[in-house]
Design a protein around this ligand. Structure first.
Ligand code: ADP
Ligand code: ASP
Ligand code: MG
Length: 400
């Protein structure tokens, strides 16, 4: 039996908590399982390092930035290793590079290409607990890379997949996946089980309890994934393949994404190829465009709006200004995205109407809408974000 256990920032936030993590890992090891542990940096550390990296330049060098950002996870990996050794357990700590996590070279949001598992397997075979620094890897040139914010979840799932682990447990500061962020809505309910697809939509819509790419990979590699609390032994939430019971539930969760900004291009020449030009330029800068709306054109011009992550707005601004494809460009980062998610939507109608009516009743204006088979997302003014989450949670009776 092989278990991958990942501990997030709050769970390793102090030396006392690292000791508690060591005890939890030992419990698992003593249950006769091999254990690979993945750790995040202490909570707040990565934010601090990001701030440092931007002190001297708006566009700091990628290699240097990743060298800096990855350091937080090295600290906790080393400390947990020392703690486990001190408790008499043979343990080896590894950076992403030492663990053979090979990525592409897109710094600060690298993708894992493969994991060379020989050394990991040898250490496990020798009976050791292996602790791996999350959120990082190494590219073909030998440069350290990082996997994007929240990326330790991805490290854990990728390791579980590569090592064919029986289980991947994500330990965090809440008991599992809830119907919405329990910090926003106290009445949120913990879900016993959720499908990979719903979890992927929730995560992509801003529910940071799991990083979206980690869910995508778990689905692809069929990794058995559980989120649970590192502070108690309550049962967590299982993320698994969709089953018949799941489709009976209309809506399973509401998510809020505060990391959104909108770009509006006014007076865009309405001709074939213009959208390609705009979005190719953004893709070239590795900017993640989310929602897009284009108005019906008139007088040979049209308006085009799209959203990007807030921390990519600066770069999006510069990219759009260079392109000069529009007469006027507007930017707004005082917006949020609220999403309603549920596999039951596939087979029911009227789900979206209830969301629109509910927000209308509160006087909340919807600025943009996008839908998928199992999701409705709406852009609203930032100041109404949490209110929107609560009224939607009520409207879909998620507390029942
Ligand atoms: P970690 O540092 O352990 O990776 P994160 O802060 O990344 O933890 O994710 C856990 C947080 O996700 C919780 O504290 C909670 O506020 C937030 N969250 C957002 N949406 C949800 C949800 N639907 N269910 C549970 N937690 C959620
Ligand atoms: N420490 C990194 C972050 O804060 C990775 C993680 O916690 O998953 O984004
Ligand atoms: Mg996280």
């Amino acid at each position: 039996m092989l278990i991958v256990q990942k501990f997030g920032g709050t769970s390793v936030g102090t030396l006392e908590r690292i000791e508690a993590v060591a005890n939890r890992v030992i419990e698992t090891k003593n249950s006769d399982a091999d254990v690979v542990v993945v750790v995040s940096a202490m909570s707040g550390v990565t934010n601090q390092l990001v701030e440092y990296s931007e002190y001297f330049s708006k566009h700091p060098d990628g290699v240097a930035t990743d060298m800096l950002l990855s350091s937080g996870e090295q600290v906790t990996t080393a400390l947990l290793t020392i703690a486990l050794n001190a408790k008499g357990y043979a343990c080896v700590g590894m950076t992403g590079a030492m663990a053979g996590i090979i990525t592409d070279d897109i710094h600060t949001k690298a993708r894992i290409e493969r994991i060379e598992t020989a050394r990991l397997k040898a250490e496990l075979k020798a009976g050791k607990i292996v602790v791996v620094a999350g959120f990082q890897g190494i590219d073909e040139k030998g440069n350290i890379t990082t996997l994007g914010r929240g990326g330790s979840d991805l490290s854990a799932v990728a390791l579980a997949g590569a090592l064919d682990a029986d289980l991947c447990e994500i330990f965090t500061d809440v008991d599992g996946v809830y119907t919405t962020d329990p910090r926003i809505e106290k009445k949120a309910k913990k879900l016993e089980k959720i499908s990979y697809d719903e979890m992927l939509e929730l995560a992509s819509a801003g529910a940071k309890v799991l990083q979206n790419r980690s869910v995508e990979l778990a689905k692809k590699l069929n990794v058995k994934l559980i989120t649970r609390s590192s502070f108690n032994h309550n049962e967590g939430t299982l993320i698994a393949k969709e089953d018949d019971n799941m489709e009976a539930v209309l809506v399973s969760g509401i998510a809020l994404d505060k990391n959104q900004a909108r770009v509006t291009l006014r007076g865009v020449v309405d001709k074939p190829g213009i959208a390609a030009e705009i979005f190719t330029a953004l893709a070239h800068e590795n900017i993640n465009v989310d929602m897009i709306i284009q108005n019906v054109g008139h007088d040979g011009t049209t308006n085009l709006g799209f959203t990007v992550p807030q921390n990519e707005l600066e770069l999006a601004k510069e990219t759009m200004q260079k392109l000069s494809a529009a007469k006027h460009i507007e930017f707004d980062d005082a917006i949020v995205k609220v999403s309603v998610i549920g596999v039951g939507m596939k087979s029911h109608s009227g789900v979206a109407c209830l969301a629109f009516e509910t927000l209308a009743k509160e006087g909340i204006n919807i600025q943009m809408i996008s839908t998928s088979e199992i999701k409705i997302s709406m852009i609203v003014d930032q100041k109404y974000g949490e209110l929107a989450v609560r009224v939607l949670h009520d409207a879909y009776k998620l507390d029942k």
